[in-house]
Design a protein around this ligand. Structure first.
Ligand SMILES: [Zn+2]
Length: 300
């Protein structure tokens, strides 16, 4: 909900919609215009921008043909992965590209390119999720995968056998509290001189022994480099944290996402869907039914 005194990008979007000066500060002029919208739509006139007002604004803006003025189009961009990934693609353990929201693609592309230069095989199990993809316990209906903000490294290319995997999924003192693993890529000796490459002794997940194994290897800290590009891992579900191989799908070590520009308590899933999909494509689809969910509350 957005109200008098609030500021930020969500306020600016509302102001563009209401055609008042878009200074990002919810002042009396914004409130007056919002009250007029609420009256026109037959809503309770309280000057507070919530779910019903959001719908009314979308309707008005669509009628006026100003949808892209209010919800600017960011689209998706495809980043093609490097030659080292192709061996995993051939084995069916990876796709050969990642699709990500247009305005995040440059930073991510740079990070992936640097990882590849350092000798990493950047694998992926997917990024953009289709609007009619099936939703399940491990596939949230408000996933960042729908809105071009997330991608998964190859689920089967780490934590299996640290002697062969592309990624080492390691215990990390800093990330433990967030139930997160630190992801390293194992690289060949010929990359030892690259500035991102270091020799580390790690305790890495291994499906082979169903636990942690000590590994000493030349590695690149993938988690650190992706975080520089704004893409941060998420925590494992608690049951998966306790028993990673009994509940492997919830370990989520492979998932990275960006929350850049999202405002807790204000940005809605609908706002995000509209930046990468046409309204016609969204109507009738499961994610669109959740357009009123708010970042930091129901989607995160
Ligand atoms: Zn994911």
């Amino acid at each position: 909900m957005i109200r008098l005194g609030d500021r930020g990008e969500s306020v600016r979007r509302l102001q563009r919609g209401l055609e008042v000066a878009a200074d990002g500060v919810f002042g009396p002029a914004t409130e007056k215009a919002l009250r007029a919208l609420q009256a026109e739509a037959g809503l309770k006139v309280d000057g507070i921008y919530g779910r019903a007002s959001w719908e009314a604004l979308l309707k008005r803006v669509t009628r006026q043909g100003r949808l892209r003025e209010v919800w600017p189009w960011r689209g998706l961009r495809r980043l093609t992965l490097g030659a080292r990934t192709q061996a995993w693609v051939a084995r069916g353990a990876s796709y050969n590209s990642i699709q990500i929201r247009g305005d995040f693609a440059e930073a991510l592309g740079e990070a992936l390119g640097e990882l590849e230069d350092a000798g990493c095989a950047v694998t992926t199990s997917g990024s953009r999720r289709a609007l009619d993809a099936q939703v399940s316990r491990s596939r949230s209906a408000t996933s960042m995968h729908y809105i071009g903000r997330a991608f998964d490294l190859g689920v089967a290319t780490g934590a299996q056998d640290p002697a062969r995997d592309a990624f080492l999924v390691a215990e990390d003192a800093q990330l433990r509290e967030a139930r997160r693993w630190r992801v390293f890529a194992r690289v060949g000796d010929n990359h030892a001189a690259h500035p991102l490459v270091e020799k580390r002794r790690l305790r890495a997940l291994s499906a082979k022994v169903r636990g942690l194994v000590e590994v000493e290897a030349l590695v690149v800290d993938v988690t650190a480099r992706l975080e520089q590009a704004g893409f941060v891992g998420i925590g494992a579900r608690s049951a998966s944290w306790a028993a990673p191989f009994q509940r492997y799908p919830g370990t989520e070590w492979w998932h990275f996402q960006t929350v850049e520009g999202l405002e807790a308590g204000r940005s809605t899933f609908g706002d995000e869907l509209l930046t990468v999909f046409d309204l016609d494509a969204l109507r009738g689809k499961a994610p669109w039914a959740l357009r009123g969910e708010v970042f930091g509350e129901k989607f995160n």
